[in-house]
Write a protein that binds this ligand. Structure first.
Ligand SMILES: Cc1cc2nc3c(=O)[nH]c(=O)nc-3n(C[C@H](O)[C@H](O)[C@H](O)COP(=O)(O)OP(=O)(O)OC[C@H]3O[C@@H](n4cnc5c(N)ncnc54)[C@H](O)[C@@H]3O)c2cc1C
Length: 470
């Protein structure tokens, strides 16, 4: 006996995880994907020239473990842990900044590999049936018997399925969300930032003689070239290469409209990266790879009774600067299933409760992601930021669990929800600000006192006595 039939639209990272989680709890799952199977030879050949990676961290891993410990281990067997960011300055100097207090790491993983692995896992389950080349085009939430009728386009023809509930995991431009919006008074906002991204590539070390030296820079760092208005990042791949991404204003990309300008730009701003990539590789990437836009979407509620709910990027796409988009989407699944169990599998109650309780966390991580762009491209080299990081480190060691840097809470502590992390950080920030002000004021008063002693100035003494009377 199954608990009912759930259609999941989108066999991307979040859709696959959702399919596995619902199946585990006794549902029959129909998983629909508009594209062909990404494991088919022609798809592998089509994308073989591009290796795109992302960072999987504690929230994502916690969800994989929630589904199956062995699945989490399979994923972790193919990651490169990154314990710190490596900041590259204009002269090519590299400075390492730890991510965690105790050597914790975020993990670089090949996105395509992860999707294939999840699909392999999906294939093993008898109660999940996957339909590729099926694009959701219409949803009727008032079908007979309280069921949901879905129309998919397959090889140019419509195909209809009836299910008990629809889970939309169909990404930032979600069709499910659009269908939901026609039936629910959903608040919705979408913000494009004025910056775009372009994927670049650092080849394996050409001078490599062993497995250990196949990377030309440290594979256990997330490399950043912060240049205030724009930046470059790079994450290692298992084959010795790095996937690098340039983030910059659209205008900046538009102005780089000739090979000379592109190379000149790299010579001026990223000379060491230019050496690592090579001129031809850079030009190739600029000519072949698309510029991607960066969008944030907020909405609420996420559901229509027990008939439909959206999760992952469909519900909350965010700019990628906290490396949380997928991790948060995985967490959506864990949170949803936990509520489902708590409500003894009453789907309507579960979806309603999820919409009510999850919203504050999603808004928090969307905003944190936006703010982190300034941190990555600008603040990481500022003295104020470095001082705050030092103070945070000291206080965290003294007060243990009571004081945690924001990055630690977001990336390494899935037991602390995003909104709680923001609440704690706001309080911590206020305390640090008071400490810094106190130190600054004491330093100023100290200096003035010394000066007054040296000069025996009555004016300064008068000023000081006034200051203390205030
Ligand atoms: C440059 C960049 C770097 C990033 N780095 C990180 C990172 O380091 N860490 C991290 O956690 N996140 C990162 N992210 C975010 C992450 O990529 C997304 O959050 C994640 O892919 C969302 O997964 P999803 O399954 O919700 O959506 P998607 O991955 O978009 O999958 C949606 C699926 O639905 C299918 N689909 C769409 N419409 C239909 C339809 N009508 N019918 C049927 N199927 C449909 C699509 O084909 C697709 O397969 C990054 C994003 C970008 C842009």
């Amino acid at each position: 006996m199954t608990k009912g039939t759930v259609a999941i639209v989108g066999a991307g990272l979040v859709g696959c995880v959702a399919a596995l989680a619902f199946e585990k709890k006794g549902y029959k799952v129909l998983l629909f994907e508009s594209r062909p199977d990404c494991r088919s030879p022609d798809q592998i050949a089509k994308y073989s020239f591009r290796s795109i990676n992302l960072a999987v961290s504690a929230r994502g891993i916690e969800t994989l473990r929630f589904i199956d410990d062995k699945l989490a281990e399979k994923v972790l067997a193919n990651v490169l842990p990154m314990h710190a960011r490596m900041v590259h300055d204009l002269k090519g100097n590299q400075v390492s900044q730890d991510y965690g207090l105790n050597g914790e790491a975020i993990n670089s993983i090949d996105r395509a590999y992860l999707n294939r692995l999840l699909l392999d896992e999906v294939d093993i389950k008898n109660n999940i049936k996957t339909y590729y080349n099926h694009k959701l085009v219409a949803s009727d939430f008032e079908a007979e018997g309280g069921r949901v009728m879905l129309t998919f386009e397959h090889e140019g023809k419509p195909i209809i399925f009836e299910v008990d509930s629809l889970v939309g995991a169909d990404g930032a431009y979600s069709t499910t969300r659009k269908h939901l919006q026609r039936n629910v008074r959903m608040n919705f906002s979408q913000d494009y930032i004025d910056h775009a991204y372009l994927e670049l590539y650092i080849p394996p070390n050409p001078a490599s003689v062993s497995n250990e030296d196949k990377w030309s820079i440290s594979p256990n760092h997330l490399h950043i070239w912060p240049r205030h208005a724009f930046m470059l990042i790079a994450l290692a791949n298992l084959d010795g290469s790095f996937t690098s991404t340039m983030f910059a204003p659209w205008k900046c990309f538009e102005e780089l409209d000739s090979d000379d300008k592109i190379i000149g730009f790299f010579e001026q701003n990223f000379p060491d990266a230019l050496k690592l990539m090579g001129k031809d590789t850079i030009l190739n990437s600029f000519h072949q790879n698309p510029r991607g836009s960066l969008v944030s979407t907020k909405c609420n509620p996420y559901n229509l009774a027990g008939k439909c709910i959206i999760i992952g990027d469909a519900a909350h796409s965010m700019v990628p600067f906290y490396g949380q988009g997928m991790n948060c989407g995985f967490e959506d699944v864990r949170v949803l299933i936990n509520i489902l169990e708590k409500n003894e599998f009453n789907i309507q109650q579960t979806y309603d409760e999820y919409s009510m309780t999850r919203n504050k966390d999603l808004l928090s991580i969307i905003d944190l992601s936006m703010n982190n762009y300034t941190e990555m491209r600008h603040s990481v080299v500022s003295n104020t930021y470095l001082l705050r990081k030092k103070i945070d480190g000291i206080l965290a060691r003294v007060f243990k669990n009571k004081w945690l840097p924001l990055y630690t809470m977001v990336s390494f502590r899935p037991d602390i929800m995003y909104s709680e992390a923001v609440r704690r950080e706001t309080r911590q920030k206020a305390i640090v600000r008071s400490i810094v002000n106190l130190v600054q004021n004491s330093a100023i008063i100290g200096l003035v006192l010394i000066a007054s002693r040296l000069t025996r100035s009555t004016i300064i003494s008068k000023f000081l006595s006034k200051w203390f009377k205030r």
